[in-house]
Design a protein around this ligand. Structure first.
Ligand SMILES: Cc1ncc(COP(=O)(O)O)c(C=O)c1O
Length: 399
């Protein structure tokens, strides 16, 4: 078999990725014509749906949206209107809240490592709750001990998470008593524990285990006035494969939380679950070339832009041409590449596509979390426009 025959045999097995779901092709085409590409469309109704699904699935838990996932002002404003609080990690995130006239009520500063100037800035904003995970960080709060209450972030490694955040942060359970004793000797108030069992976790057992271990700590250290248990994020969404139903995912977490005493407030810091499904991106084919057996299509955004989540967040987004095609014939082994001069800027080098032309539109779905937020301007390509739509129905077929 020559290379072309091999590729054709390989791709003959594959399914044409027509993943537009219920989106109206006509309306997406109108938006692309009206706003140009690359454009990200963020849908208010999906933010509402995801937030409400999560509070329904975890009725005992108060949500603190992890701004880092999608720090778009309209997203933050809308979540505040829905009653959601915020997980802050940087001075920039605080300034975003300030610019929207939002105050520090229902915020928690969750970054385990920060500069003294960042601590001061957050306290000036009115933030009272901070997270530490080691003795050096605890020392930074000596000067502010009358203004803050601290949570200790505990380390629970999770090889099954797509992003294992405990690789970088978290106090080992064995070191916790010494850290609590240090805080006590410094007169610093420890009031809770937090953890993050990793982002996009496939099953809830890591949350359950972490909750159980934190409750053991509460029971074994009754000298501390435990007031807060923060169960972090990690709630998964669907990308190219099916994801769990959120009620099913949260049921065992809820069961584990039944053992939490009424004096303890339970918080969570969801980012991806709320933001991920809320956005789609429209891209255009700006160039094409036949290279060997594959047709290369060059799009006007790629892994240095909104699809940076493919590199940083290990995400694989559903992507499909907007035009509908006969799916049974003419499919070609193809490559989708971004616009920059770097050869790493390839979105998919293993995709079958119908014949397309320059100017055709592609749609990427599930692109709300850790995507626009990590986009660069490499090559001085500007970041994609972000368009805020209030009406999921506007984009759906049949409207
Ligand atoms: C401290 C902290 N909280 C919350 C989140 C949000 O996690 P997720 O998007 O998995 O919900 C992250 C993600 O990096 C994080 O680092």
């Amino acid at each position: 078999m020559n290379q072309v025959q091999e590729l054709k045999a390989h791709f003959a097995e594959q399914v044409y990725p027509d993943q537009l779901g219920n989106y109206s092709r006509r309306k997406l085409a109108q938006l692309a014509a009206q706003h140009g590409t690359p454009t990200v469309i963020i849908d208010q109704d999906i933010i509402t749906r995801q937030y409400q699904n999560l509070i329904k699935a975890l009725p005992q838990v108060k949500m603190r949206y992890a701004i880092k996932a999608l720090p778009h002002p309209e997203v933050v404003k809308h979540l505040a209107q829905l009653g959601c609080g915020f997980d802050l990690a940087t001075a920039g995130e605080i300034e975003l809240l300030r610019s929207l006239s939002l105050d520090a009520a229902d915020t928690i500063h969750t970054h385990p490592i920060k500069k003294d100037s960042e601590i001061r800035h957050a306290i000036e904003f009115g933030c009272q709750y901070f997270v530490v995970d080691n003795s050096h960080e605890l020392d930074k709060f000596i000067a502010y001990k009358d203004q803050v209450e601290l949570l200790i972030r505990v380390n629970f490694r999770n090889q099954d998470a797509v992003v294992d955040l405990s690789r970088k942060f978290g106090c080992e359970l064995t070191k916790l008593p010494a850290l609590v004793a240090q805080a006590k000797s410094l007169g610093i108030n420890i009031v809770g524990l937090s953890f993050h069992v990793g982002s996009q976790v496939p099953a809830p057992y890591a949350h359950v285990e972490a909750i159980e271990q934190c409750l053991d700590v509460f029971a074994n250290m009754p000298e501390v006035n435990w007031k807060i248990l923060d169960i972090g994020g990690g709630f998964p969404i669907e990308y190219t494969g099916p994801g769990p139903v959120i009620e099913d995912f949260c049921a065992p977490i809820n069961a584990a939380l039944q053992a939490v005493g009424s004096e303890v407030e339970v918080l969570a810091e969801p980012g991806r679950y709320i933001a991920g499904p809320s956005a789609i991106q429209l891209l255009s084919v700006v160039g094409m070339a036949q290279r060997g057996a594959r047709t290369w299509y060059y799009l006007d955004d790629g892994v240095y832009g909104v699809l940076s989540g493919q590199m940083f967040d290990h995400a694989k987004y559903p992507i499909a041409p907007l035009k509908s095609h006969d799916m049974t014939q003419g499919l070609m082994p193809s490559v989708l590449a971004g616009p920059t001069c770097d050869s790493i800027d390839v979105i998919d080098d293993d995709i079958v596509l119908p014949p397309l032309e320059i100017g055709d539109i592609f749609v990427v779905t599930q692109v709300g979390a850790y995507s626009l937020a990590s986009a660069t301007e490499f090559n001085l390509y500007p970041k994609a426009n972000a368009l805020w739509l209030s009406g999921q129905k506007e984009l759906m077929a049949g409207n």
